[in-house]
Design a protein around this ligand. Structure first.
Ligand code: BES
Ligand code: MN
Ligand code: ZN
Length: 499
């Protein structure tokens, strides 16, 4: 799909379709009013007759509108103007795409990007439109024997901005939006792949391919032998039950001078989480192929950052393993020694994410990062606490937490902070090792972060628990590509401040 940014009157567009908004009740947006005027009140006539109330997501496709140059006019209901926020804007764009896809128009120009979204500017609207449109068009059907694509799919979408002076910001926003959208698509594709294809070594290959495509990316990959030598007893203990070897994948993006401290993004890459010997119940176990969505968002983010050639150093790390039961698998009660030297009693083999992450967190110390952010589908408890809308956010640096919260708000990919107080640390006590890998039923998301905090003492660190946000269940089952928008925004903000 090709995206263009343009400014100009709707009645003068020689396009297959012009898209305009109508607010409830029956109020034409500015672009709709312009078309109305040019067509001698054609649109307001329809609205008055009751054909378009303006309810959120409603649509009306018109052909042969008099005295305009376009072949079609698509009116989209936008709901109440006062309530037109991020969510309404995204719904309106989704309604536009679904109607355009079976309209027969192969290109269109949309004026929805000119609508006022509460607290958002033109650049945000252009960027978010591209992300929304790409999200609506996304299909994962490469593993179906037949793909059912629309007869005449949309190929080019022009986004209108109010004035010529908005063109510069609009075009940059389109570039950023395109990079984020491609990053999300990449993350979704990896997430949606089944675990018999998407293994730890498959992820390592993906990193190598990415580095082959992007000159600014250098890849380093550790296998079990290197992990053994280093002493990554926790990561290795998770992989013991699997025939697939673990991988620690390190992607170095260099966009700034060699001395600039990097931001490290670390993703949990459990390509399938059966629970191990502490086996999960069978219900929806297939969804545990999504347990590498943290890793997927690292891939998507580093691709976007490299495509945008941002002047910053970023290291993308992925701790990849399967978690399966086997004669050689870890057992409850086993004690392992982590790379940090601290010992861990594995009371539940299903709390494996923190075990692969802790050794990767210690490993990242050697890069002397400005900050490290990990992304992990870490706890079911996070879904209980926050549902499917906000990522859980915890960490040891208030400024870093605030930067991530702001990035999430800015990108419309929001996180919510949970307390990482010392009081919770006590739940990790073990009679036999330095700590246990679980902290009991209460505050499961917090005690998981407490565990990680013991491996990040030397770094500015934050942790995003994306268990509730990384994929959808049910009819719309599939990876969401989150938190790629938050992470790209976070890096963009760092460049703007320090670059
Ligand atoms: N990958 C799961 C967390 C998860 C579960 C994410 C369901 C999304 C949906 C993680 O490895 C896990 O199993 N966590 C356990 C921890 C417990 C044993 C302390 C959990 O949440 O039950
Ligand atoms: Mn688990
Ligand atoms: Zn897991």
């Amino acid at each position: 799909m090709e995206y263009l940014v343009k400014s100009g009157s709707p009645e003068k567009q020689r396009s297959a379709c012009v898209v305009v908004g109508v607010f409830e009740p029956r109020r034409l947006s500015q672009a709709a009013a312009q078309l109305d005027k040019a067509s001698n009140n054609f649109l307001s006539g329809l609205v008055r007759r009751g054909d378009m109330e303006g309810r959120l997501g409603q649509n009306l496709l018109l052909t042969n509108v008099p005295d305009v140059l376009c072949e079609r006019v698509l009116m989209i209901g936008c709901g109440r103007e006062r309530e037109f926020n991020d969510g309404a804007y995204r719904q309106v764009l989704a309604a536009m795409i679904s109607r355009l896809q079976d309209s027969g128009a192969v290109e269109a120009i949309t004026y929805l990007t000119e609508l006022n979204v509460k607290g958002r500017d033109v650049a945000w609207r252009v960027r978010d439109a591209i992300i929304s449109v790409a999200g609506s068009l996304y299909r994962f059907d490469s593993l179906k024997s037949k793909q059912d694509s629309p007869r005449r799919p949309l190929r080019k979408l022009t986004l209108s901005v109010p004035g010529r002076r908005d063109l510069g910001a609009g075009e940059r926003a389109a570039e950023i939006g395109g990079a984020i959208a491609r990053g999300m698509t990449f993350a979704k594709d990896l997430g949606n792949l089944p675990a018999n294809i998407c293994t730890p070594s498959y992820l390592a290959q993906q990193a190598q391919q990415l580095a082959g495509r992007l000159q600014t990316l250098q890849v380093e990959i550790l296998g079990p032998k290197e992990m053994e030598k280093l002493g990554m007893g926790a990561l290795l203990s998770v992989a013991r039950g699997s025939r697939q070897e673990p991988r620690l994948i390190i992607m170095h993006y260099q966009g700034a001078g060699a001395k600039a401290r990097p931001y490290v993004l670390l993703g949990k890459g459990i390509t399938f989480d059966s629970g191990g010997i502490s086996l999960k119940p069978g219900q929806a176990m297939d969804e545990m192929k999504f347990d590498m969505c943290g890793a997927a968002s690292v891939f998507g983010t580093i691709q976007a950052v490299a495509e945008l050639a941002l002047p910053v150093n970023v290291i993308g790390m992925v701790a990849a393993s399967e978690n399966l039961p086997d004669g050689n698998a870890s057992k409850p009660g086993d004690i392992v020694t982590t790379l940090s030297g601290q010992t861990v009693e594995i009371l539940n083999t299903d709390a494996e994410g923190r075990l692969v992450l802790c050794d990767a967190l210690t490993y990242s110390e050697r890069f002397e990062p400005e900050a490290i952010v990990d992304l992990a589908t870490l706890t079911g408890a996070c879904i209980v606490a926050l549902g499917h809308h906000a990522h859980g956010l915890l960490g040891n640096s208030t400024p870093l937490i605030n930067e991530l919260l702001a990035a999430g708000n800015g990108a419309g990919d929001r996180a919510w902070e949970l307390p990482l107080w010392d009081e919770y640390q006590e739940q990790l006590k073990s009679n036999f090792a330095d700590m246990a890998n679980i902290g009991g039923r209460d505050a499961g998301t917090i005690t998981a972060a407490c565990f990680l905090s013991r491996f990040t003492k030397k770094q500015r660190w934050a942790h995003l628990d994306i268990a509730g946000t990384a994929w959808k269940s049910g009819e719309q089952k599939g990876a969401t590509g989150r938190p790629v928008p938050l992470l790209v925004q976070f890096i963009l903000d760092r460049v703007r401040e320090h670059g």
